[in-house]
Design a protein. Structure first.
Length: 127
């Protein structure tokens, strides 16, 4: 896969590529948005803990598909307030592979349950 970050536009705000090119012959794996909830229904009390669990869930899905985080070409993340940005970014920065995927981060008004602060969805390309 090839990352594109042209010198003619502003550099990314964080560790992500402006675009990722997927070569012919690869399969796409589309992951639904993952919330910070464990198999025991436990929800961490902070955005960083929830984001870490979102990424752990993404890892589990990728593993089942025979891949790892290096297959991720795009992350879409949603946080329920600007106060949760730093926690999300700390977990994200620990998680993303090098080279980084394309990424979008949005602040939304909320999720299905008030306890959730973060949701992360991914797109992966597998051989």
């Amino acid at each position: 896969m090839k990352r594109h970050t042209p010198n003619t536009i502003r550099r990314p705000f964080a560790n992500y590529a402006h675009a990722v090119e997927i070569p012919a012959g690869m399969r796409l794996l589309v992951l639904s948005g993952q919330l910070g909830i464990g198999p025991d229904d436990a929800v961490p009390a902070d955005a960083e803990g929830q984001a870490a669990l979102c990424f752990a869930n993404i890892d589990a899905i990728l593993k089942e598909a025979g891949a790892d985080k290096s297959a991720i070409v795009r992350l879409n993340a949603y946080v329920s307030g600007r106060e949760h940005l730093a926690g999300y970014m700390a977990a994200r920065d620990r998680y993303v592979a090098d080279p980084a995927p394309a990424s979008t981060l949005m602040v939304v008004t909320g999720f299905a349950r008030e306890a959730f602060f973060v949701e992360v969805e991914a797109l992966a390309a597998l051989p």
